[in-house]
Design a protein around this ligand. Structure first.
Ligand SMILES: C[S@@+](CC[C@H](N)C(=O)[O-])C[C@H]1O[C@@H](n2cnc3c(N)ncnc32)[C@H](O)[C@@H]1O
Length: 426
């Protein structure tokens, strides 16, 4: 359970137990159970825990080595830009691992063909790369959708980027001005509303408004993200876009494209919303979120029939941190590898952290599965580990790590026991 450390470790994402008070909502329980026909999710049920929102509890005795959840593919995912040529956008194969001697040069050779002007192939910042044509075809089959095409308008005669001021940097000053010590749900909503109203269609005609500037930027930059967003924000934008595409396919094709156990949009919305906790801890994340939203709305999604509204982008961003899983170089974050990207495997996000985990998660290509590491008794909680618990760190160090990355105090039995032992020793 991770968020993207490579981009900016301080932008990793967590949540607080308080927000999970919707915890035992019947909807979330149904979501998990409804997938039981195609997955072994009926082995457990989602119920409130005494320490941290909801958790997954065994419905019956589960033997060691049982796969309790097998997510075939993520609901949404992104390969970090710096790895995009090295990691297959479909099966997540890393060229340095899959190398047969010829591939050690450091990038895959198949990419999505994008025709630029005069029919010439050109590579854009968002162009995905693949390990094979087969993977590229699968990607195209699922996402046969114009995700990255910017509005086709004739270019203005003067295409000097330098004549435009960066349209989104002013957002930094918004959050800098705000007293973030007093951050509340209402104040976060207020900033979002301000972002929306100052860029709304009603303001379109007024010169100097963000909408106009973004449209002009769009025209001269050809939709490039390089200068509008930081690399991390661009990765977030691609992640959200992937989710929006899946959501659109769900709606337009009756949901048949929903990947096995990846969940659907309503399931994703059932996940813990981490936005407030995240912004409280890292105020600059609010302007990052809003920049991603404005970028998607006015630069990328202008080719779509209807423009996505705040709710959908915010819905993704609010659940991204703390709920997504890293896509790791060796398929498991227990090993010291690179995190190549991240993915939202919705139903996997109900597993809480335990310093003595009962599940091991393993990534195989696009899939992620969770296997019991010992026999589990009926009623026992199924937990994974968010941090490396094999380092031999004590309760204090482990909790420093958990609270730094995920903002919660670990309520697992091992931590409770070690805290008591420490108190007695003092
Ligand atoms: C991915 S979510 C897990 C599901 C979550 N409990 C829910 O109700 O949606 C991670 C969040 O669960 C809570 N959590 C997970 N493990 C915990 C633990 N060991 N102690 C306290 N809270 C925990 C924290 O709020 C954390 O941010």
């Amino acid at each position: 359970m991770i968020a993207p450390p490579n981009a900016d470790p301080n932008t990793l994402a967590p949540t607080t137990p308080s927000q999970a008070s919707s915890s035992s909502s019947p909807a979330s329980k149904t979501s998990i159970e409804s997938s039981s026909d195609s997955s072994p999710a009926c082995l457990y049920a989602i119920r409130p825990t005494p320490y941290g929102g909801r958790g997954a509890f065994a419905n019956k005795r589960i033997p060691k080595g049982t796969v309790v959840l097998d997510c075939e593919a993520p609901y949404a995912s992104v390969i970090c830009r710096k790895f995009k040529k090295e990691v297959c956008a479909w099966c997540f194969a890393w060229c340095f691992e899959s190398g047969d001697g010829t591939r050690r040069k450091g990038s895959w050779s198949v990419r999505l063909s994008v025709r630029g002007e005069a029919g010439k192939e050109k590579e854009r910042a968002w162009t995905p790369w693949f390990c094979s044509e087969g993977c590229r075809d699968l990607w195209k089959t699922l996402l046969n959708y114009r995700t990255t095409k910017v509005k086709a308008k004739s270019k203005p005669a003067n295409t000097q980027k330098t004549t435009l001021n960066h349209p989104l940097t002013h957002l930094d000053s918004w959050t800098a001005k705000a007293n973030m010590a007093d951050v509340t749900g209402e104040s976060v909503d207020w900033w979002w509303t301000l972002a929306e109203t100052t860029t709304s269609r009603g303001n379109m005609k007024k010169p100097g408004k963000i909408m106009d500037i973004l449209e002009a930027w769009n025209e001269v930059s050809g939709g490039g993200t390089e200068e509008l967003l930081t690399e991390y924000e661009a990765d977030c934008a691609r992640f959200v876009l992937d989710g929006l595409v899946r959501q659109a396919l769900e709606t337009s094709e009756g949901g048949d494209t929903a990947t096995k156990t990846a969940g659907r949009w309503p399931d994703l919305l059932e996940l813990q919303d981490n936005e407030l906790q995240h912004v409280k801890s890292r105020p600059y994340m609010l302007s990052c979120f809003i920049r991603v939203y404005l970028f998607l709305k006015y630069v990328v999604l202008t080719a779509r029939p209807s423009r996505r509204e705040i709710g959908e982008c915010e819905g993704h961003l609010a659940r991204d941190h703390g709920n997504v899983f890293g896509i790791w170089e060796k398929g498991s974050d227990d090993e010291d590898g690179e995190m190549l990207g991240w993915g939202m495997y919705v139903f996997g996000s109900y597993f809480n952290h335990d310093c003595t985990p009962t599940l091991k998660k393993m990534q195989h290509g696009r899939s992620l599965h969770f296997t019991t590491t010992r026999d589990i008794e009926e009623g026992e909680e199924l937990c994974i580990n968010y941090i490396d618990v094999s380092k031999g760190n004590g309760v204090v160090k482990r909790n420093e790590e958990v609270s730094k990355g995920w903002f919660f105090v670990c309520g697992c039995a091992r931590c409770e026991r070690e805290r008591k032992e420490l108190a007695v020793a003092e």
